[in-house]
Design a protein around this ligand. Sequence first.
Ligand code: FES
Ligand code: FE
Length: 403
Amino acid sequence: MIDIRRMGALLAERPEAHCLPQGLYNDPAAFDFDMAAIFGTSWLMAGFECELPKAGSYVAQMVGKWPVLIVRGRDGEIRAFHNSCRHRGSMLCAAGSGSSPKIVCPYHRWTYELDGSLLSAMRMGDDFDKAAHSLRPIQIEAVAGCLFICFDDNPPPFNEFALRLEEYLAPHNVKDAKLAFESTITEYANWKLVMENGRECYHCSTGHPELSRTFPVGMKKHFDVDGDLRVQAFIDQMAAVGLATDALEGDWWQLARFSLNPEVLSLSMDGGFLVKKLMCDRNGGDIGSMRLAVDPHCFMHSTADHTFMFSAMPVGPNETAVTGKWLVHKDAVEGVDYTIETLTDLWTRTNLQDKELAENNQLGVNSPGYRPGPYSKEAEMLALRFTDWYCNTAAKYVETHGR
Ligand code: FES
Ligand code: FE
């Protein structure tokens, strides 16, 4: 049972432009509330079309405690379902990916078509209505090779985001990519601390010495560096090859293409490409990084040679699963065009550095001496944007469900 009034009181306590009251970072009730108010109502980045290459391909994943199953049907359509059998609710597919001609429940073998319809159920009698026991669908949209799901039957507006993401990401050919590597680490910190950390680079120069070599970590809001002639030259170059650079944002998303540091072509340890076969070869691959951010849980960087996606999913009040996915061109050959070790080195280090920062943050936030502090208006505007978005979205839920 979610204590809506208590959550409403905690939200109201937050001083403007400050981080959140303690209870929102460590109270078990806040976890249940966040699942319902935030993860239950938002568009979530659920992976990539290329993870489901053929009919019967599936990806099963957890959103908090909610199991989700994404399947490509025989008609080529990608659908999302609650990963819960319509008999007695068993989870149908364990987390992970694979391929199967039908969806078969491991418990009593109820068997579903790839479109979610129930095909057979043994010993249920002649009057059993199979049509009334299809898998329950979840809204899903595919844009520029990315998949987004929403548990809410009335999801937030999507069209403007879809148009803009298509424009910014289509040149990276994510549809023609393959998942080269995926990893999940556990961070013992509230998901919002993990995300605030991921939305600011105030900590980058000391916390991420390797990442700091690749892009201007002193930038302001949207990787904008006022009056920098090199940045202006970058914008002109990108326009000449038809790539958009403007920083755009909607309520729950942001897009921008920004310039990397001099001589840097990719988010890599040495600044060079990590993959020989490029996903986007415009301007010789010197195209900076296209950054997508999706509230509540995701950011993505697409350079010419690869795409890195970061997703933080709440597991418990002080536990978050951070998944990284690395995409490369589908024809890039491991061991020839790239190695997993070099491809993943920078973000693996960065994620482990962030894990330590977020866990340390959580320990301090648990102190009876903790009081929400102010964000830097110069260096933490995107972290502030995130917590403002969180508070607004949460407050809307309190308003509609608190009476
Ligand atoms: Fe799935 Fe019984 S719970 S067949
Ligand atoms: Fe970081």
